[in-house]
Design a protein around this ligand. Structure first.
Ligand code: CDT
Length: 308
């Protein structure tokens, strides 16, 4: 058995007026609870330090940049890194990254037990739009504020396992998991902020969005025989509702823990990475069963093209 005690640290809403320092205090409280429950690794949501600012239309780039972190850790976040190192807990932390040469990414970092950053992922699949769209019930301006990630889907050895990262909308795309599956990934970590309503389809509500969240994580876990941990920022943020439903899924695609609230809540589950081996050596033994000669369209074509 190779057990990692995983803490899915769901966060309740962060309001636009909340300071980084106040948010970090909440994150440290979740970290302390995770420690009491024996966690080795804690996963926080996407953009965990701020409100989900892409719902706001902004034209002033200086204002936009106030939502981004220029260094990681920085002064506001250092207490979280310090406490994690003190507890010996590794971390997945999502935040908005502004690089020294002016690039903007929706990013997550992975730390080891000493709070040393050992991995960085930049969100590849950016949903939404890049201009104000009055027909929508709310804006989702990720395409305006972020560039698509430029790092691909790497995996890292950490805590005795092989760990990969994705961010929110990435979880809906099978390619996300498969590229990591082809690197023998055992544990995929995902943070998310998902509005409970579809801004263009009022009939799609909370229950359907929770269903899609489960479907995506369960399919990714099963089809790649890996653990998937998906962690929400939830509840009513600046008047806009985000789904909760943080969950931990085993390599058989079964949900082993799911958040019960839309607030700050920690789920801790012992996850045996050796449980990934059976599926990887049988039905999803990629080396024996995949037929890449038939998969060319996956990388040669982006949009669907109907037959003549
Ligand atoms: N943050 C994020 O990626 N949210 C999207 C909302 C999709 S609707 C534009 C998601 O896939 O959950």
């Amino acid at each position: 058995m190779r057990v990692i005690n995983i803490a899915a640290a769901q966060m309740g809403p962060i309001q636009r007026a909340d300071s980084r320092a106040a948010v970090v205090m909440r994150m440290i409280a979740l970290l302390d609870e995770a420690k009491r429950k024996g966690a080795d690794l804690i996963i926080y949501p996407e953009l965990a330090l701020t409100t989900f600012f892409p719902r706001w239309y902004m034209e002033d780039q200086a204002e936009v940049d106030t939502w981004f972190e220029k260094t990681m850790p920085n002064e506001a976040v250092q207490p979280l890194f310090d406490r994690a190192a003190q507890h010996g807990i590794a971390m997945y932390l999502g935040y908005a990254e502004l690089t020294p040469d002016g690039h903007h990414y929706n990013t997550a970092v992975l730390t080891d037990r000493n709070s040393t950053i050992i991995g960085k992922y930049r969100k590849v699949h950016l949903p939404g739009h890049d201009e104000f769209e009055p027909a929508r019930s709310h804006q989702h301006l990720e395409k305006r504020y972020f560039e698509p990630g430029d790092l691909g889907f790497p995996v890292w050895r950490n805590l005795g396992g092989i760990i990969g990262m994705a961010i929110c909308n990435d979880r809906r795309w099978p390619e996300t998991y498969r590229v990591m599956g082809l690197q023998d990934v055992e544990l995929v970590l995902i943070g998310y902020n998902t509005p409970s309503v579809n801004s263009l389809k009022s009939a799609e509500g909370l229950q359907q969005r929770l269903l899609h969240n489960r479907l995506s994580a369960q399919a990714g876990a099963y089809q790649n025989s890996c653990w998937v941990v998906a962690v929400a920022k939830a509840g009513v943020e600046d008047g806009h509702h985000l789904i909760g439903g943080s969950l931990i899924v085993n390599p058989d695609g079964e949900i082993v823990a799911e958040a019960a609230t839309e607030g700050d809540e920690v789920l801790v589950v012992p996850c045996d990475l050796d449980a990934t081996r059976f599926g990887k050596q049988t039905i999803f033994d990629f080396a024996r069963h995949r037929r890449v000669e038939h998969y060319g369209l996956i990388t040669s074509r982006t949009g669907a093209v109907p037959p003549d």
